[in-house]
Design a protein around this ligand. Structure first.
Ligand SMILES: CC(C)(COP(=O)(O)OP(=O)(O)OC[C@H]1O[C@@H](n2cnc3c(N)ncnc32)[C@H](O)[C@@H]1OP(=O)(O)O)[C@@H](O)C(=O)NCCC(=O)NCCS
Length: 186
């Protein structure tokens, strides 16, 4: 029987054992072939931006994490994966997680968020088409699904004036974090 309520809380170490099976159930076993996995490879998620929806016994029902990336030299975050237990989809859990996650991201000073997902799903959260803003991922992606949102009004202005150089910069730990190319915004 599905749970009648759930809580959203920060992820805990013991959630991790349940996370991969949940992702396999929601995205399928070939999920790691996706371009966004290349962006996340070798990186840790943003610690304060890992969330779990859990039932009253602490069982993992849904998960949302964000990752540190750079758009040229501008820090940004990547949303995903967002995964809701298949039997519990369509009950508002995904929307609640994204709403909570973006609010926490704003509260922590993050200014730009990108995602690869259904535009119809992410548009209500303020996401717009990213390729038309000049952003490009370092690998194949359906341009319709690649989106970005300003978490603070005017944050996209920081991206204006880029030279179009395709950057794969390294952060202080030596991990690759620069996934995008900037062209002039339309
Ligand atoms: C996509 C997913 C995260 C949505 O979570 P959810 O809890 O099922 O969705 P919600 O109940 O919060 O839906 C909120 C709204 O989005 C709509 N919606 C749900 N899934 C959608 C999708 N794939 N595309 C477009 N709209 C969608 C719902 O109909 C609902 O609209 P309404 O308010 O008008 O009724 C979930 O279905 C899932 O895990 N799917 C498999 C993995 C996946 O595709 N993840 C997203 C990629 S990052």
């Amino acid at each position: 029987m599905p749970p009648s309520s759930y809580d959203i809380r920060p992820q805990r170490p013991h959630d991790l054992a349940l996370l991969d099976p949940l992702l396999d159930r929601t995205f399928g076993p070939d999920r790691q072939a996706r371009t966004v996995y290349r962006l996340r490879e070798g990186l840790a998620p943003v610690p304060e931006l890992c969330f779990a929806a859990v039932d009253q016994y602490g069982g993992l029902l849904a998960s949302l994490r964000f990752w540190p990336i750079r758009i040229e030299e501008v820090p940004a975050i990547l949303l995903g994966p967002l995964a809701v237990e298949p039997a519990l989809q369509g009950r508002g859990m995904g929307r609640a997680l994204v709403t909570h996650g973006l609010a926490e991201a704003r509260a922590n000073g993050h200014r730009i968020c990108v995602v690869v997902g259904e535009p119809e799903y992410y548009r209500p959260f303020g996401f717009v088409n990213a390729p038309s803003r000049g952003l490009r991922l370092p690998g194949p992606v359906d341009p319709r699904r690649f989106q970005a949102a300003e978490l603070e009004p005017g944050a996209f202005d920081e991206l204006a004036g880029g030279d179009g150089h395709i950057g794969r910069a390294e952060d202080a730990r030596g991990a690759i974090t620069a996934p995008t190319q900037l062209r002039n915004p339309l």
